[in-house]
Every structure is written in C-alpha cells, then in structure tokens.
Design a protein around this ligand. Structure first.
Ligand code: ZN
Ligand code: ZN
Ligand code: ZN
Length: 165
C-alpha cells in the first residue's frame, strides 16, 4: 500500500487531496505496528505544527471508513490503529502488556466451529485475546519488575505494542 493509492481512495470517497492529508497518510503508513490516535496526532503536530490535531483524527476516521486501517482494543480501553491489510490476531498479556501477533489462520477452525454451532459471526479483530505471556507464566519469576499493570490501561502503548521479543 503506498500513500498515493491511499490518497486516491480517500479522494474517491469524497475527501479532498490536501497536503495535510498527505502528511497524515504517510505517517500512518510509516508507523509500523500499533499506535494510538493520540500518539500519531501529537507526533504529526510536533513535526507539522500547522496541521490541526482534529484534522488528524478526522483523517484517521476516514481511513478507517475506507478500510485502510483498523482500530483494536488491546487492554482496558486502549485502542490502537494498525494497517488493515495485515491479518493477525492480538494476544495481550494482562500483566506486562506485551502484545503478541498471532496469524489469523490459527483461529480459523475455532471461528468456523462457533459460526457453525451457534450461527454466530465472530469479529475477532475488534478486541484482543487477553491472558498471560510466556514470561509472566514462569512460576519462579516474580511479578514484572518494570511496573505493576495499570488498571487504567495507558498512554504507553508505543513501547509495548511491538512484537513480543
Ligand atoms: Zn472499538
Ligand atoms: Zn495489529
Ligand atoms: Zn507478560
């Protein structure tokens, strides 16, 4: 996906092709992994002070409407954006907030069984599956030395939302 075709798609959906939109689309495509709207907006506003934060939010909404990005809730209220063309399911550790990306194909048999047996269509993308990661499951290790999990979810999505190392 390149910025030009995304901008064309936005224009086709009724938007105008502005330089602000171009900057925002490039930032979205360059942000590998998961970022919150706030992170993107403040990053763009810092580099291009003339771009309003509200413009960033509106453009993110438009990008989601045309299917370029998706938002997903990784923890307590924490929503992040990622490119919609990457098929993965999120596993989030409730203790250390590590995010593991699971190939979506691993869930397919389960989702098919749920649909068949309950006539229920699962939207697996909207929320993460929560649990305990390998590191936090180790019986002899003490609680994460970094910090206790915050019950508010948090603003620190960037560092932690990378692939699990
Ligand atoms: Zn949502
Ligand atoms: Zn993702
Ligand atoms: Zn963990």
């Amino acid at each position: 996906m390149d910025a030009d075709s995304v901008l064309d798609a936005l224009a086709a959906a009724g938007g105008r092709r502005t330089s602000a939109r171009q900057v925002i689309v490039q930032a979205v495509l360059a942000a590998k992994g998961h970022v919150t709207a706030d992170e993107l907006a403040s990053d763009i506003h810092r580099r291009f002070p003339s771009i309003n934060i509200s413009t960033v939010y509106r453009t993110l909404e438009a990008l989601e409407e045309i299917g370029v990005i998706d938002h997903v809730h990784l923890g307590h209220g924490r929503a992040v954006y990622h490119l919609a063309d990457e098929e993965h399911q999120h596993l989030v550790c409730e203790r250390c907030e590590a995010v593991i990306e699971l190939p979506a194909s691993k869930l397919r048999p389960l989702l098919r069984a749920i649909e068949r047996d309950h006539n229920f269509e699962v939207d697996r993308r909207h929320f993460a599956i929560v649990g305990l990661c390998e590191k936090c499951r180790e019986p002899n290790r003490r609680r994460s030395p970094a910090e206790p999990p915050s019950s508010q979810g948090g603003r620190s999505a960037r560092g932690r939302s990378s692939r699990n190392r």
